[in-house]
Design a protein around this ligand. Structure first.
Ligand SMILES: O=C(O)C1=C[C@@H](OP(=O)(O)O)[C@@H](O)[C@H](O)C1
Ligand SMILES: C=C(OP(=O)(O)O)C(=O)O
Length: 420
């Protein structure tokens, strides 16, 4: 793995741009495929070099499913949790599809068993075959028919199971012209991401009825146009903090896009930071840090590393609750946050699922961090370097490709000097 030296001692105010939101684009791509809006025009207008790797994975997977059934198709999901989980269901509901999935060792060890069980229960009796290697390949042969139109899945491991099955229900509704349901058992984690899936289904013309923990696709009315794709609120999290420190602003900050990580606008306010909107979806944060912050991994899991970086430069301790889900992301992110805070000279204590973060009294001149291949750990380490003025040696900077390929270019725009 390569190393990058990050020097934040020549910062300048700049207008920073996030990439397209991978979570939104993944949903839109599947729905464009199902409803005849392929290729998705709003994705085609995104600069090719800025497309998140996970969006490419999802797109290639859908392209494989659009080919006539017959030969076994290979789909490499690389490090993409949502792409893999979404594509497995789409493959399972494509009559006669034969797909061999592969991915990184880390993706292979992340949980997906409950999603497979749900698919086998609903589609297995009609011939779904789903076999697992150790952990790869995962090989799937889809049945030609279905029977009882309901998927049942637990909610506490990942919202991606329910999102994936709901997108599968939309496919089955169109094919079979009968309602299909997803029944979520127990409490749903990361519920905002299922909301995002519902929003996209509705934008593409589906009616989804909700009762208690059951979501049923009951109707479809083609929309006039495929909806446009928004900027990514997860990436805006880093950029807003960087712009706060440098006196800059961010673009593509659309408050109408209810991505869970938009929660940053509310969560930084108790710490003393106020969002100010400008023209054309620009935004900046104003104010002086005056207190710690509190955030929950149940609401916005991907934002917690970003908020931990901010927590390191606040004048009081911060509290991150429900942090358990962070253990099963692209790396063990709970461990990653604790390592970052310690490398920066701060302290963390974990009690149950609550992490308390105490910043150091003064920033170090320099700190080192290993991303362990996790894009968010790479980008929050760099964000902390900018926020604090401390130089950073980062091992494994390439992984930003997953969600934000242009991240290092944005850093250079704001005066950060990068050297290998
Ligand atoms: O559905 C999605 O697009 C996502 C859901 C979340 O995962 P979990 O539901 O597993 O927490 C989130 O962490 C991930 O980055 C993207
Ligand atoms: C957890 C993430 O993505 P995924 O689960 O899709 O790999 C993420 O991007 O932080």
């Amino acid at each position: 793995m390569s190393q990058l030296h990050i020097d934040p001692s020549h910062l300048t105010a700049a207008r920073l741009t996030p990439p397209v939101s991978k979570s939104d684009a993944q949903r839109a791509l599947v729905l464009a495929h199902l409803t005849g809006h392929w290729p998705l025009s709003s994705l085609q207008s995104e600069p090719e070099a800025d497309l998140p790797a996970d969006v490419r994975v999802l797109k290639r997977g859908v392209e494989a499913l659009r080919l006539p059934p017959g030969p076994l198709r290979d789909v490499d999901c690389a490090d993409g949790g949502a792409p893999f989980r979404i594509l497995v269901t789409q493959a399972a509901v494509t009559p006669g599809a034969r797909v061999r999935f592969t991915g990184t060792p880390r993706l292979g060890e992340r949980p997906h068993g409950a999603l497979f069980t749900s698919l086998r229960e609903a589609l297995g009796p009609k011939g779904l075959a789903l076999t697992e290697g150790k952990p790869w390949p995962v090989e799937l042969h889809a049945p030609e028919g279905t029977q009882n139109p309901v998927f049942r899945v637990p909610g506490d491991q990942s919202s991606q199971y329910a999102s994936s099955l709901l997108l599968g229900s939309a496919a089955l509704f169109l094919r079979e012209k009968r309602p299909w349901s997803v029944e979520i058992q127990g409490t749903l984690t990361s519920a905002g991401y299922l909301e995002l899936t519902l929003t996209w289904l509705r934008r593409f013309g589906f009616t989804v009825e909700e009762s208690a923990s059951r979501f049923t696709v009951t109707a479809y009315q083609p929309p006039q146009n495929a909806p446009a794709l928004p900027g990514d609120w997860s990436s805006l999290g880093y950029l807003l903090l960087i712009a706060w420190r440098t006196g800059g602003s961010v673009e593509r900050a659309d408050p109408a896009n209810a991505h869970p990580d938009q929660a940053i606008l509310r969560l930084v306010q108790p710490a003393g930071l106020t969002p100010v909107t400008g023209p054309d979806l620009t935004m900046r944060l104003e104010g002086k840090a005056r207190a710690g912050l509190v955030a929950s991994g149940k609401e916005c899991p991907d934002l917690l590393p970003t908020l931990a970086a901010l927590g390191c430069v606040l004048p009081a301790p911060s509290t991150l609750t429900d942090v358990g889900i962070l253990r099963v992301k692209e790396s063990d992110r709970l461990e990653g946050i604790r390592t970052l805070v310690a490398a920066y000279g701060g302290r963390t204590t974990l009690e149950g699922e609550t992490l308390t973060l105490t910043p150091p009294s003064a920033p170090p001149a320099h700190f080192s961090m290993n991303s362990h291949g996790d894009h968010r750990l790479a980008m929050v380490s760099a964000t902390l370097s900018v926020l604090s003025g401390a130089r950073l040696t980062l091992t494994g900077p390439e992984c930003v490709e997953k969600s934000f390929p242009g991240f290092w270019r944005q850093m250079e725009r704001t005066g950060v000097r990068l050297s290998e």
